[in-house]
Design a protein. Sequence first.
Length: 261
Amino acid sequence: METQKKGGYALVTGASSGIGLQYSRVLAREGYDLVMVSNEEAVLTKAAEVSKEFGVKAEAVVMDLGRQEAAGELYAWCRERKIEVEMLVNNAGVYHDRDFLDDSEGFNTLILMLHVYTPAMLTFHFGKDMAQRHKGYIINMSSVTSKFGIQRMSTYSSTKAFLQFFSRSVHIELRGKGVNVTCVRPGAVATTLYSLKPAAMKAGLLIGYIITPEKLARKAVKAVKKGRAQITPGLYTKLLDFFVSLIPTGLLRLIRRWKIF
């Protein structure tokens, strides 16, 4: 497939599958060369496939971003190779539908690193370079759950809330320096992250409650290019966002007691 070269690089975290892989494909189609980062070695094969299909460079980096030093190491890796990142997509993440105290210390540390520390530090390092060049784009993947203080999502929703408000702040700070920062707050997405049953996935896609990763990536890239601060794609997601925020804490305690959710 022929693409028109942009001349810049896009760095996508969590790029070996799901949303991250689709971001890589969408950006490659637009002509960006890629740095595809994942803790899974499958990213090596995926990068080669994307490179061949779209005729762009696709560098694969196998790295655990759940470590404190990871963001600095990834930035140094790009600097050593003189790679200028024009588009940063902070997508890597994890999810458990589980009570906070029932999860391990290791998992709770991992989700805090992946959803808070590492994306903030990647924004810090690459955002500085973008501001100096007076050009750049940053996408931070939050979630519609960023407004949900509900059971079994204590770390997930709260870390996604950090990404939402962090993104808004740096959007304001960097807009005048030529850098657009967009927070993306999807609802259900057709990936393996949420362990949905095939029938539920098919029904959700049919009625539009679940969005495909490819469609989500296209909407997000379009939004950041337009300079939007935040998007919550999909009518159902917007309705969920509104109605769940109205549920009082007392009702949530009753739902918990009655084991409805």
